[in-house]
Design a protein around this ligand. Structure first.
Ligand code: PLP
Length: 393
């Protein structure tokens, strides 16, 4: 019998990718499916970014680069942090990886020992708990509800901390809730962390520019500069520049741990794709107008979709602060439907009966809700709502 490691048996495949795959299967079988499961912008990568990649190919930038990223890209990242976030980093504090996913994976492997606890607020990006488990750490989940707009309170954080806590993960604006912490809320969370100097902090800023609170973006280090020495800022070009396929993410933080993460990467994937690095450099250094245009479209769709969802029976949808997701409660609709008792069953029913693909909230640790992605055309959103109207009666 072929033996599997306990490590791989502790994790599951990404449930968001699973929905996308199931929808693709049904589509291939001839069914008309509207996918609202996608975790990526529907826009093409902006042209000036593609051109930079083409130039990189033509000029022979097709070989290994430094493991932690090309000097040009690291310089662009350092400039970005200064310009957008008011944060100063040296080159040895930056690691470029093959997507934001690898950035977090490297961090978990570099910081967690077996049994070490990582605090993760729910609803969470599906991959955090499983990556913590691969590192043989223990995810400690803090549950939230719509009452606090899916944000944790300082008391909840204090209660979740034990002497085994090594890592605290915060993602704002959040996938899947679309909510962002205000500067004041971030400061209150930071006050708790200041009392626990052994805890490292990961702020996942992947959706940074996709924000419409009217207030400037602020992460935990902006709110609480005292935490700089133990905070890892994770970001990337995937969502902001519609570059999910290019696979470029980056991490900034204390040189000691960044160096350890680089060592792990040097023994696993080495440098991220050289051509993608040239494209990411152009994205960060270039005109940022393309980002604003995409955010404007996301906001318009968001406003329309939230109104439409709130008119459906058994559905309640709060306004989000950003991202391209909404996270309404479908509990009323689930309760009113015979033969269905969970959000997972309900999502399956909607997929097969109504031809609409959504991701059930349980995938993100918050059952009773659904994540709808509006990274799709208005036409698709309108059709999806029509179908949901019919299905919910
Ligand atoms: N962080 C969050 C919150 C995300 O939603 C995602 C993608 O879904 C990532 C990180 C990783 O992005 P990528 O690995 O595609 O750069």
């Amino acid at each position: 019998d072929l033996q599997l490691s306990s490590r791989v048996q502790a994790i599951k495949p990404s449930p968001t990718l699973a929905v996308t795959n199931k929808a693709a299967e049904l589509r291939a079988a001839g069914q008309d499916i509207i996918g609202l499961g996608a975790g990526e912008p529907d826009f093409d990568t902006p042209d000036h970014i593609k051109q930079a990649a083409i130039e990189a190919i033509n000029s022979g930038q097709t070989k290994y680069t430094a493991v932690d990223g090309t000097p040009a890209l690291k310089k662009a990242i350092i400039a970005k942090f200064k310009r957008d976030n008011g944060l100063e980093y040296e080159a040895n504090q930056i690691l470029v990886s093959s997507g934001g996913k690898q950035s977090f994976f490297n961090l978990a492997l570099a910081t967690l020992n077996p049994g070490d606890e990582a605090i993760i607020p729910a609803p969470y990006w599906v991959s955090y708990p499983d990556m913590v488990k691969v590192a043989e750490g223990k995810p400690v989940i803090i549950e939230t509800s719509v009452d606090t707009r899916f944000k944790i309170t300082p008391e909840q954080l204090e209660n979740a901390i034990t002497e085994r806590t090594r890592l605290f993960v915060i993602n704002s604006p959040s996938n899947p809730s679309g909510m962002a912490y205000s500067l004041e809320e971030m400061q209150a969370i930071g006050e708790v962390l200041k009392k626990h100097p052994d805890i490292m902090i990961a702020t996942d800023d992947m959706y940074e520019p996709i924000l419409w609170t009217g207030k400037p973006f602020a992460n935990i280090v902006n709110a609480c500069p005292e935490l700089y020495d133990r905070t890892f800022v994770l970001n990337g070009v995937s969502k902001a520049y519609s570059m999910t396929g290019w696979r470029i993410g980056y991490a900034a933080g204390p040189a000691k741990i960044i160096g350890a993460m680089k060592k792990i990467q040097s023994q696993s994937t080495s440098n991220p794709c050289s051509i993608s690095q040239a494209a990411a450099t152009a994205a960060l250094d270039g005109d940022q107008a393309c980002v604003g245009e995409m955010v404007k479209a996301f906001k318009e769709r968001h406003d329309w979709l939230v109104d439409a969802l709130n008119k459906l029976p058994g559905v309640e949808c709060p306004h989000g602060d950003g991202t391209f997701y909404v996270f309404p409660s479908f509990q009323g609709a689930i309760d009113a439907t015979e033969g269905v008792s969970t959000d997972v069953e309900f999502a399956e029913k909607l997929l097969t009966d109504a031809g609409v693909a959504l991701v059930p909230g349980s995938a993100f640790g918050t059952p009773g809700h659904m994540r709808l992605s509006f990274a799709t055309s208005m036409e698709n959103l309108e059709k999806a709502i029509e179908r949901l109207q019919k299905a919910l009666g």
